[in-house]
Design a protein around this ligand. Structure first.
Ligand code: ATP
Ligand code: MG
Length: 242
């Protein structure tokens, strides 16, 4: 079975607003899926449903064939889902090493001793922060805070990684490095869903894209075809009757 994630008519309502409206999506092991859509179209809410931060109003969530609809975030983490946040969440008063230690020790793998040390070192090395392991996270520049947050997600040992605009706010050099880093993660066999507005990054990293508009999935397919789809172009231009 190669399907790692299936959402079946997944729906989230906030009062009268349907932020995610009947989204059915399947992601296979090893895929890198770009999740696109204009501001407020429901991308982050969908990520929150997949990670368990929010419970769906309707629909089902399956991870590696297990029905995890309505499951708590820790159970979904145990099934192998980890994420970064659109607004970076790190622990500023702790060192980089301690920041990464928390999800490795208290996350799904509950590592301790030498395996914990090895996981922390590996994750900091992956994101290029190993040399600064003892530094306080509060001293980090923005790009390095993003790297650290990615290391924290990786420390949980995920098989599905959710990146919510992880590349946003980087300068061109940093963006180039960030794309290289995500590509290396892909090469390890990790499955990735990335919410992204930077089209060069989407084209470079995502063979497939799904597009949301007003909570609904309006396109899903090969990136080139999706990005030239008139409905997608119209959604980005804000036309309502596309
Ligand atoms: N906790 C919440 N309570 C009420 N409304 C919410 C909540 N979270 C999101 N929304 C609303 O749901 C809609 C979708 O928001 P969401 O953050 O998922 O969009 P997005 O596609 O991630 O947008 P952006 O590109 O700006 O990050 C918006 O109208 C937003 O205001
Ligand atoms: Mg968002």
């Amino acid at each position: 079975m190669s399907e790692l994630l299936t959402t079946d008519a997944l729906t989230k309502r906030f009062g009268g607003l349907t932020a995610v409206d009947g989204v059915s999506l399947t992601v296979r092991k090893g895929e890198v899926l770009g999740l696109l859509g204009p501001n407020g179209s429901g991308k982050t809410t969908l990520m929150n449903l997949i990670s368990g931060a929010l419970k769906p109003s309707e629909g089902r969530l399956l991870i590696a064939g297990s029905d995890l609809t309505g499951a708590r975030p820790d159970r979904i983490a145990k099934a192998g889902v980890a994420r970064t946040f659109q607004l970076v969440r790190i622990l500023p008063s702790l060192t980089l090493r301690e920041n990464v230690m928390v999800p490795a020790a208290f996350g799904p793998d509950r590592l301790w001793g030498a395996p914990l040390e090895a996981r922390v070192t590996e994750c900091l090395e992956t994101v290029g922060l190993a040399a600064r392991a003892g530094q306080a996270a509060s001293e980090l520049a923005y790009i390095d805070q993003k790297r650290l947050e990615l290391a924290r997600a990786l420390a949980a040992g995920p098989r599905l990684l959710l990146l919510d605009e992880w590349l946003a706010g980087l300068n061109p050099t940093e963006l180039h490095e960030g794309i290289g880093l995500i590509r290396r993660l892909e090469e390890t066999g990790l499955t990735i869903i990335m919410v992204e507005h930077i089209m060069d990054a989407v084209r470079a990293l995502c063979p497939r894209c799904a597009v949301m508009n007003s909570g609904k999935l309006i396109a899903d397919g090969p990136t080139d075809a999706v990005l030239s789809d008139p409905h997608v172009v119209a959604a980005y231009l804000g036309e309502e009757d596309a």
